[in-house]
Design a protein around this ligand. Structure first.
Ligand code: HEC
Length: 166
């Protein structure tokens, strides 16, 4: 295990729990590949892939209706991955989880454990569009495909960005 306390302090404060630990939750904000600390900063064994076709978001309309709830599905297809985790950040709106082991905080949502899957990974969640849609919404998606060694090494980071229009 790693000494995680310092970089987890922020996330723990946000969710009001001291029990948050990696990989039970990637640091909030790290789904943005332009952030100072993103998935690839710690999972640096391979070059992070941006615009990754391995990551697909379904269910996001081009023009979301004000305050409407949409069920979104993320699929992640990394043939090397034994485990995977994800995080999404939206510039507006609100996420909700429909299953356990997913945690959300306003416009951010993340897996809280490394998931196993035999044939690709898939997560569903809800997104509530902003009541007053004044700007196009950007959604950053990140997933890490891991080798299940409970470390940040030997894993691959993938990013993809989706946008809605007005
Ligand atoms: C600050 C460094 C850091 C960042 C940023 C980070 N991770 Fe991690 N991650 C770790 C560490 C450390 C572990 C091993 C944790 C443990 O064993 O408790 C880990 C483990 C994981 C694992 C399990 C890997 C395996 O092979 O067992 C997944 C999946 C994962 N992280 C996903 C993510 C995702 C997705 C992001 C970005 C949204 C992310 N991580 C960002 C440090 C980080």
């Amino acid at each position: 295990m790693f000494a995680k306390t310092s970089y987890l302090a922020g996330a723990a404060a946000l969710v009001g729990s001291a029990a948050v630990a990696l990989p039970e939750g990637s640091p909030w904000g790290s789904a943005n590949p332009q952030a100072a600390e993103h998935c690839g900063t710690c999972h640096f064994g391979y070059d992070a892939e941006t615009d990754a076709e391995a990551l697909v978001l379904r269910g996001l309309p081009k023009k979301p209706g004000p305050g409407k709830t949409y069920e979104l599905q993320i699929t992640f297809d990394d043939p090397e991955a034994i485990v995977a985790g994800f995080q999404l950040l939206a510039s507006d709106g609100e996420f909700k989880a429909n299953t356990g082991n997913i945690e959300y905080l306003g416009a951010a949502i993340r897996s809280t454990r490394a998931w196993h899957a035999d044939e690709g990974f898939s997560w569903t969640l809800s997104w509530i569009a902003p009541e007053v849609p004044s700007v196009a919404v950007t959604i950053y998606i990140a997933a890490v495909g891991g080798n299940d060694d409970l470390s940040p090494f030997g894993d691959r980071a993938f990013f993809r960005t989706y946008e809605t229009s007005l």
